[in-house]
Design a protein. Structure first.
Lengths: 488, 139
């Protein structure tokens, strides 16, 4: 009796025989893989389930974030399937963390749609973080090839053009967030904007959760804030701005709010990270088209970026947001209340500002990265910083940053203007001293005290916050292995 | 009113010695240094008059200070600023700017509010000194 047709045509190749075979054997592990210039590279910190071989775990990650499913499918053979398979190519134990591994995976360029962060992330972080074979997983870093970056807009305006529009060169920009975050009426809100800007700040800022609530609808806030901006500009002769938060429930509503900000003559608008990748890209396109700066508040990021064993490192968010096209992103202060490892924060800043970065393991940069002329995204330092730390802030963060003193401005005992002036004088005297070649990191406190002799508000601020200190040396001496796995 | 454009306007006016140190900083960074002047200091006046071309490849801050002093002599009632320009890839822009002379009296700016529809205001900023006065007769 002759065989049934199903039996006769059944695939004989061992690789494609139906059933379950290890991912590593399916072609998702290739230790000899030669990385192509156009490949997307990802580094995962992976904690396999007990008993799972780390190489098999890495291959599973490569498989599930590209073409694989749990079992063999013959339809693979209808494709040039080797191309579409991501390749895990290197697995290293994480120093000082037993049973945790750095897994390197390469993806071919054609796995991704051009210019779509939603598409990129659906692959890279889409499925694998819930994968049973791994106990925990963290996306640590990515290398985005020039070929891919050229399909992304990048920052709508960028640091250089922002400085030209603002006419502010050679020093960090200064900002503050209006407080209290919730409850102020439009008129009282605009008062804070006016006082801060007149006192010497470049920007005031809406907070992440100020949208259009019952106590203050957004149009009221926008109108009064712009009165504050323009009035302060006329009293100082400087260009001033206020980040008007356009975050809303729908794209239509966000466009309407951002458009209203533009109509009123605002130079900048703002969105929150929680609006999602596609909405962020849409707003960045809008901002480029309308000559607006686009500020991004990283609201929500710590839900997945803070724990070192699971989630994703903030440096990856920095990369994605620079690609998406925002002009500002909150990226840490080192010395403030939301303290981070100084070297890790440096890595975030370099990711946002460099035209090219080299591998720097101590800063958490696992890949060299050419930014392909994408504009520079301005890091924003916000959260518990005050003027008495100015020498440390300039030392760690450099010139290309927005320093945002919220409480450090509005909490000044002599009022918001006095707080703003104290910050501006502290900033200017420290930049002056640095440029003069002084040892400002050590002489900082004295430089501030000297400047305070001709600036009462600075003296008051220094006296008030003198005990708020930061142990400078302790985090600055971490060795590579510790910093490479530091909780950021 | 004190015009607070530039890097150091919240500090007491810089002495020539302090200016020289800033010039040295720019020279050490290989930035070109330029001198610009105006009596129209509107915050969006992007183009102050240039006191000659930017000084490229300058080695000695004294040479820049000499030009600053020449500009001060020729334009005693003008704002004068010094700019550092970095032509490195990725920047190619001004990276330092500070005022080295201001008129003895600065009356400031008037904010004109034009009432428009729907509670909107159209704002215009105009220097009291430059309103309806030609260049050179303002301060």
């Amino acid at each position: 009796m002759s065989q049934a047709v199903e039996s006769r045509t059944r695939i004989k190749s061992e690789r494609y025989e139906s059933g379950v075979i290890p991912y590593a054997k399916m072609g998702y592990w290739d230790p000899d893989y030669v990385i192509k210039e156009t490949d997307i590279l990802a580094l995962f910190r992976c904690t396999p389930q007990p008993g799972v071989d780390p190489v098999e775990a890495a291959a599973a990650l490569a498989g599930e974030s590209s073409t694989a499913t749990w079992t063999v499918v013959w339809t693979d053979l209808l494709t040039a399937c080797d191309l579409y398979r991501a390749k895990a190519y290197r697995v290293d134990p994480v120093p000082s963390a037993p049973d945790v591994y750095f897994c390197y995976i390469a993806y071919d360029l054609d796995l991704f749609e051009e210019g779509s962060l939603a598409n990129l992330t659906a692959s890279i972080i889409g499925n694998i973080f819930g994968f049973k074979a791994v106990k925990a997983l963290r996306l640590e870093d990515m290398r985005l090839p020039v070929a891919l970056l050229k399909t992304y807009q990048g920052p709508a305006t960028g640091l250089v053009v922002e400085r030209e529009r603002m006419d502010k060169f050679g020093r960090p920009l200064l900002g503050a967030t209006v407080k209290p975050k919730l409850g102020l009426s439009g008129k009282n809100y605009g008062r804070v904007v006016f006082e801060g800007l007149k006192g010497g700040l470049d920007f005031l800022k809406d907070d992440e959760n100020i949208n259009s609530q019952p106590f203050m609808r957004y149009r009221e806030r926008f109108l009064y804030s712009m009165e504050g901006v323009n009035h302060a500009a006329s009293l100082t002769g400087e260009v001033k701005g206020h980040y008007l938060n356009a975050t809303a429930a729908t794209m239509e509503e966000m466009y309407e709010r951002a458009e209203f900000a533009r109509e009123l003559g605002s130079i900048i608008t703002m969105i929150d990270l929680v609006i999602g990748y596609t909405a962020i890209q849409s707003m960045a396109v809008w901002a480029r088209k309308t000559d607006m700066l686009l500020h991004l508040h990283r609201a929500g990021n710590s839900t997945y970026s803070r724990q070192k064993n699971h989630g994703m490192n903030f440096r990856v968010i920095c990369k994605w947001m620079r690609m998406s096209g925002v002009d500002h992103i909150h990226a840490g202060t080192v010395v403030g209340k939301l303290e981070g490892d100084p070297l890790m924060i440096k890595g975030f800043y370099n990711t946002l500002l460099d035209t090219k970065s080299e591998i720097s393991l101590s800063e958490g940069l696992f890949f060299a990265q050419d930014w392909a002329s994408l504009r520079k995204c301005v890091p924003v330092a916000s959260g518990g910083i005050h003027c008495g730390q100015m020498h440390q802030l300039i030392d760690y963060l450099g010139d290309d940053v927005v320093l945002q003193f919220g409480g450090g401005t509005i909490g000044h005992p002599d009022g918001i203007q006095a707080g703003a002036t104290a910050n501006r004088v502290a900033l200017e005297c420290m930049v002056l001293a640095r440029n003069e070649g002084r040892d400002y990191t050590n002489e900082g406190p004295q430089i501030l005290r000297d400047a305070a002799k001709s600036c009462g508000p600075l003296q008051t601020a220094l006296d008030l916050w003198k005990d708020i200190t930061f142990n400078y040396a302790s985090t600055d001496t971490a060795d590579f292995a510790e910093t490479a796995t530091a909780n950021v | 009113m004190k015009l607070t454009q530039g890097c150091f306007s919240f500090l007491p006016d810089l002495t020539d010695e302090q200016i020289t140190k800033q010039l040295q900083y720019a020279i050490d960074k290989s930035w070109a240094v330029s001198i610009e002047f105006t009596d129209d200091p509107h915050p969006r006046n992007s183009y102050w008059e240039m006191w000659g071309l930017p000084l490229f490849d300058i080695k000695d801050p004294a040479a820049v200070l000499f030009e600053i002093n020449m500009a001060r002599k020729a334009k005693p009632n003008f704002y004068i600023k010094v700019c550092g320009f970095d032509n490195a890839r990725g920047t190619e822009s001004c990276v330092l700017a500070f005022i080295v002379q201001r008129p003895s009296y600065e009356p400031g700016f008037r904010l004109i509010r034009q009432e428009a529809n729907g509670r909107k205001l159209v704002y215009t900023i105009e220097a009291y000194a430059s309103a309806a006065k030609p260049e050179g007769e303002r301060y």
